[in-house]
Design a protein around this ligand. Structure first.
Ligand SMILES: NC(=O)c1ccc[n+]([C@@H]2O[C@H](COP(=O)([O-])OP(=O)(O)OC[C@H]3O[C@@H](n4cnc5c(N)ncnc54)[C@H](O)[C@@H]3O)[C@@H](O)[C@H]2O)c1
Ligand SMILES: O=C(O)C(=O)C[C@@H](O)[C@H](O)[C@H](O)COP(=O)(O)O
Ligand SMILES: [Zn+2]
Length: 401
């Protein structure tokens, strides 16, 4: 109850004050709420187990995505179906650990896995080589072998770095994705892009490594702070824009306050779009680039502000609006901005576009001198455009985006 009161209070706070409150919420939760979450999850497990959906991804590795409620307490049973591993190494961050570390460990142990856990500080700053090396050392000290597996429990930061550790440690071992943020559920846990950031840019070191399965428990979203619910909505709006006008229209009928009512529809819809795109172009040589709508400028925004001011989903939201303003009709731009604003996301940033553009030079869609970027002139349809980078820089620099 204290947590709910804090969430209500939060709405009248500025983002800066919100950060402090956010820490308070976690501090409160870490001390008192472990049993509460475990009980509630157990209750929902019985009530809603039948509504579980499975989406199967057919890529270099075929794997299931289980979507439902109350699944976390059974993760060991699910994982056992997908791996012969004896040890499961759970990798998570400090926030997620205080909510869900125990319930996951318990289920893995009950299902016969020797279970070890590595916890790192939350936030994008941890998606770096320092944390990655700590994970490697932890796996080495605990005698992890190629037949064991990793479990990524958390948001996109945990998923991306754990996936990369799984792709590279001992030249590759199995990993399970348990996404707990909206962004991770609809996007980062699916499709096998894994990475860490460099000072020079986002996700610059990475690998394609599909998980053995994704366990997507919608109940975990109950503890996700609104700021990160909004962040995930940035990627959800992206899916509407690139592939699904019906989804976009549904999003227009809701706001950040009401969207939880339709989450059971939104999450599988987005996952299925991602599945389809990944199945056509797993290694990102063509069609998959449409999943990067808003990211060319979005990643530049994150990097310009040193990954501190804008989280990924909010930077993508601003990136989509800036690109749409520069390339599409004013009507479409206004429609997109209205939707973005309804989810408390930014439509622009203070940084001048001319200063963001040089940071696009490290974009992974760049091919030698050409930069590719994504444009949606019609809602539900995305196209990949290509331009010499110098031309792009001159054009965007001159466009009042
Ligand atoms: N691999 C991909 O395809 C892909 C796709 C999109 C984004 N990404 C990456 O994902 C990252 C962003 O992911 P994110 O937004 O999940 O960030 P995140 O992992 O930092 O999670 C956001 C915050 O929410 C907390 N949190 C997560 N789940 C929670 C829960 N259920 N209850 C309470 N707190 C919870 C985390 O501890 C963290 O503080 C970026 O690094 C981005 O580049 C990757
Ligand atoms: O899965 C993809 O492909 C995506 O582009 C999804 C994006 O939302 C995600 O942020 C991805 O990590 C960006 O890819 P990158 O190749 O530009 O690092
Ligand atoms: Zn993204």
């Amino acid at each position: 109850m204290v947590y709910n009161l804090l969430l209500k209070r939060k709405r009248i706070f500025s983002i800066i004050k919100y950060e402090n409150l956010f820490e308070d919420v976690y501090a409160f939760r870490a001390c008192h709420a472990s049993e509460h979450v475990r009980c509630r999850t157990g209750f929902r497990l019985q009530r809603e187990e039948n509504t579980m959906k499975t989406i199967t991804v057919h890529a270099s590795q075929t794997y299931p995505i289980w979507i439902g409620r109350g699944l976390l307490g059974q993760c060991g049973t699910y994982l056992k179906q997908q791996t012969k591993a004896q040890t499961a190494a759970v990798i998570t961050d400090d926030h997620v650990d205080c909510y869900y570390g125990d319930i996951v460990t318990k289920s893995l142990e009950e299902n016969g896995f020797r279970t070890i856990k590595f916890v790192f500080p939350h936030g994008e700053a941890s998606k770096c080589s320092k944390t990655l090396n700590q994970i490697y050392d932890f796996l080495c000290e605990n005698n992890i072998t190629r037949t064991d597996c990793l479990v990524a429990l958390g948001g996109g930061v945990v998923g991306d770095i754990t996936g990369f550790a799984a792709a590279t440690y001992l030249r590759g071992l199995d990993y399970l994705q348990i996404p707990t943020s909206l962004l991770a559920q609809v996007d980062s846990s699916v499709g096998g892009k894994t990475a860490i950031d460099l000072t020079g840019g986002k996700n610059l070191v990475g690998a394609f490594k599909q998980p053995v399965a994704v366990l997507c428990d919608l109940d975990t979203l109950h503890t996700l702070p609104k700021l990160f619910l909004a962040d995930g909505m940035g990627e959800v709006i992206k899916y509407g824009m690139i592939r699904d006008e019906k989804l976009f229209t549904l999003l227009e009928q809701h706001t950040l306050e009401t969207v939880s009512e339709v989450m059971d529809e939104i999450v599988p819809t987005c996952i299925d779009i991602k599945r389809d795109v990944v199945e056509h172009d797993e290694f990102d040589t063509g069609e998959r680039m449409i999943l990067n709508f808003g990211h060319t400028l979005g990643h530049a925004v994150e990097s310009y502000y040193h990954y501190e001011t804008y989280t990924h989903g909010s930077a993508v939201a601003a990136g989509m609006c800036m690109m749409t303003k520069a390339t599409c009709t004013p009507e479409l731009y206004v429609r997109l901005c209205d939707c973005v604003k309804a989810y408390d996301l930014p439509t622009e940033v203070d940084a001048p576009v001319a200063e963001l553009v040089p940071l696009c030079g490290n974009d992974k869609k760049r091919a030698s001198a050409s930069l590719r970027f994504i444009v949606c002139e019609t809602i539900g349809k995305a196209e990949i455009r290509s331009m010499p980078f110098t031309e792009f820089a001159a054009w965007m620099g001159g466009v009042d985006a």
